[in-house]
Design a protein around this ligand. Sequence first.
Ligand code: GLP
Length: 244
Amino acid sequence: HVFDNSANASKAVAQQIAALIKEKQSQNKTCVLGLATGSSPKSLYAELVRLHREEQLSFKNVITFNLDEYYPMKAESIHSYVRFMNEQLFDHIDILKVNIHIPDGTLAKNEIAGFCTQYEDQIEKAGGIDLQILGIGGNGHIGFNESGSLQNSKTRLVALDHSTRIAASKEFEGLKHTPRTAITLGVHKIMEAKRVILLAWGESKSAIIAKAVEEGLTNLVPASFLQEHQHVDFVLDKEAASKL
Ligand code: GLP
């Protein structure tokens, strides 16, 4: 789906999320959202906040699972995805705190594997992800599933690509201060989501979008795995779609 600009695209996606939340509300069911960080979903979250404030969209039946978190990372750090999600979305809506899940960047190394198993169990107990929102890294990563990730990869601690660290280094005051590792939901759980919407804006994403959509399936470009998903939408602005 190609839109004139990211604002209009985000509004359209927010409408679909709102419709899903309301449909679940009318059935007395929870709505499980998989959420992403990065700059791409910011306008989407702003629109969801607007729908809450101006159109009384309630998030009381919503359960969220974030894709990833840097490791190590304190929740209160200005760089944490916990902080990002609170600032962009959670602090401004009526979601219940117990329904928010974000990988824990404060664990001891020997606790990570157990945490990751438990994170996937929590998703399953919640009934699986109804809708997964994704961005895409310049190298085709989804979450922090970097090039080389397997299609059946589990939630785990990963080493960040050099290109990912360079992209993140702007926020971390240089590469030296940029984390080398992160905890990410595996590709397998992303592929199990009932529905996936990937957002990409701007010319800088156009080459990787063309690869992910039009070239073969390859673990060098983990977003290309989505070609095998039964219900996936790529929502793009015209710049990101310019090489299709
Ligand atoms: C980070 C996140 C990804 C995100 C990617 C793209 O690496 N872990 O989930 O998709 O950045 O970020 P942006 O949307 O800022 O281009």
